[in-house]
Design a protein around this ligand. Structure first.
Ligand code: CUA
Length: 316
């Protein structure tokens, strides 16, 4: 990214200097003097015209291809990433590791391991920005976005919110602590005894009473959730949808938006009863009940699809 940035900077400066210098030199040198007659018109030069079309074309297309390559690399995490859930909230970053370990405004990661951030926001748009990693991605309410990085050197790196989000936006900062793998493992297993994301999700699932309807033996008021994650769901409307993170979130918070074929829209909304972190835990729990491969977010180039219509949340 740095090389690409430097290249475009040099290119811009070069052309700015070239054009303005030529302009000044020509203006002085070929200015109209008192006794001059209007000069004869000059007709085109093919060599010149082809040159000023071809050279910029090559430079612009070269920059485009290079930029596209960097962009794709930035948006396609490798397969074996460590996933961290990130929830932006005015005015803090709440992070949670799959093991259940929670952090606020701090992110501990091992050196040399690709880390994928699964991000959303509890309220307004925030932006997760670690300048040292050249990583900046928005955390949006009502949507999951993703970005990834691989820290190559141990140390402490600044973390910012890079999207103005209100009074204490400037205080929504923190640190990314890159540790040696052994130190990271020690850190991860330290702290209070915590339950994993999936276990926390299961607890929520029972506490919220989801199990009453989503229970294959109870006369099935709701569809079974076994092996749901990543599968294709047939909807009442006749359409089909892949049960990915965005769909599961929508179904928990806006159950009437997409009703599974064969079922009545009787599920109540869990908006207000479960926060974004809870939704992430529930999704993790559903994943633990069996998943098919296709819905792995790494397959999506940018981020999971926006949830339509009703899932768009009003500004608080
Ligand atoms: Cu969050 Cu600015």
């Amino acid at each position: 990214m740095d090389h690409l940035f430097l290249f475009t900077l040099i290119l811009s400066v070069l052309f700015a200097v070239l054009v303005s210098a030529t302009l000044l030199v020509f203006a002085v040198r070929y200015r109209r003097r008192p006794k001059d007659k209007p000069p004869a018109p000059i007709h085109g030069s093919h060599v010149l015209e082809i040159a000023w079309m071809v050279i910029p074309l090559v430079l612009a297309m070269g920059t485009f291809v290079w930029g596209a390559e960097v962009y794709l690399r930035l948006n396609r995490p490798p397969d074996d990433t460590m996933v961290v859930n990130v929830v932006g909230k005015r005015w803090m970053w709440k992070l949670q590791h799959p093991s259940g370990r929670r952090e606020i405004n701090e992110l501990h990661v091992p050196v040399g391991t690709p880390v994928r951030l699964n991000m959303t926001s509890e309220d307004v748009i925030h932006s997760f920005y670690v300048p040292a990693f050249r990583v900046k991605a928005d955390a949006l309410p009502g949507r999951y976005t993703t970005t990834w990085f691989k820290a190559t050197r141990a140390g402490r790196y600044h973390l910012f919110c890079a999207e103005y989000c209100g009074t204490r936006h400037s205080g929504m900062i923190g640190w990314v602590e890159v540790m040696q793998p052994e130190a990271f493992q020690a850190w991860l297993s330290g702290g209070a005894a915590e339950v994993s994301l999936a276990e926390a999700g299961e607890r929520l699932f029972n506490d919220l009473g989801c199990v009453t309807c989503h229970n294959p033996t109870s006369g099935a008021r709701g569809p079974s959730l076994d092996k749901l994650y990543g599968s294709t769901v047939k909807l009442q409307t006749g359409e089909s949808i892949t049960a990915d993170d965005a769909y599961l979130r929508e179904s928990i918070l806006y159950p009437a938006a997409r009703v599974t074929s064969g079922y009545q829209p009787v599920m109540p909304t869990f908006r207000g009863l479960v926060n974004e972190e809870g939704v992430l835990e529930l999704i993790e729990y559903l994943k633990s009940r069996g998943a098919s491969k296709e819905a792995e977010p790494s397959a999506a180039p940018v981020s999971s699809a926006p949830t339509n219509g009703p899932a768009r949340e009003p500004a608080p």
